[in-house]
Design a protein around this ligand. Structure first.
Ligand code: B12
Length: 136
């Protein structure tokens, strides 16, 4: 299964990105890592170019909302397979906001799975379960 990943917007936090890359590969995914400072358009181009099953975006500096709120509008301009799973995780806001408050907002932007301050392995377990359900 193919995954496009990277860190969205003007975000230089690279450590989680490296761990995500390693963890996904260990779980058997084929990974296309665009690294830090990646714009939404670049992610969508890569999803098309690699025929990816999953787009997994990471954001740590709190600015994800500004970069991602137009995802649904942008997606509609691309010929993206509706089975592609859109995932985002990391620190998804500046300061304090509960996951209960944040998740519906990101879902409205066009994400299928949203992980705010969730442990990486826990999130990847949930992702793998979701992909298994989809294949049934
Ligand atoms: C190192 C660091 C930096 C370094 C980054 C160096 C580099 N190239 O990586 C430098 C000094 C450059 C930096 C800069 C900034 N930083 Co900084 N930085 C940190 C710090 C200390 C550690 C981050 C790190 O590497 N952690 C280790 C990794 C392994 O953990 P992680 O990043 O949390 O990732 C885990 C989870 O989030 C999760 N995860 C991540 N993505 C995903 C995705 C999915 C799908 C899932 C399931 C899970 C998941 O899994 C990872 C592994 O467990 C944190 C504070 C902290 N202690 O966490 C602040 C922190 C992330 N930085 C912060 C900020 C605000 C900034 C700056 C804006 C500061 C400034 N005013 O200039 C700038 C932003 C620069 C930019 N344009 O992005 C804030 C973000 C606050 C927020 N989101 O509300 C933090 C939390 C500090 C704080 N408490 O305020 N930073």
């Amino acid at each position: 299964m193919r995954v496009v990943t990277g860190v969205v917007g003007n975000d230089v936090h690279v450590v989680a990105n490296r761990l995500i890359d390693i963890s996904l590969k260990e779980r058997g995914f084929e990974v296309f890592n665009l690294g830090v400072n990646t714009y939404l358009e670049e992610f969508l181009d890569a999803v098309i170019e690699t025929d990816a099953d999953i787009l997994l975006i990471s954001s740590l500096n709190g600015e994800a909302e500004g970069w991602c709120r137009d995802l649904a509008i942008l997606k509609s301009g691309y010929d993206i397979d509706e089975r592609v799973l859109f995932v985002i995780g990391g620190n998804l806001t500046v300061g304090e906001m509960s996951a209960e408050e944040l998740i519906p907002r990101y879902e409205a932007y066009g994400f299928d799975l949203v992980f705010h301050q969730v442990d990486l392995n826990e999130g990847l377990d949930i992702l793998e379960n979701r992909m298994r359900e989809r294949l049934r």
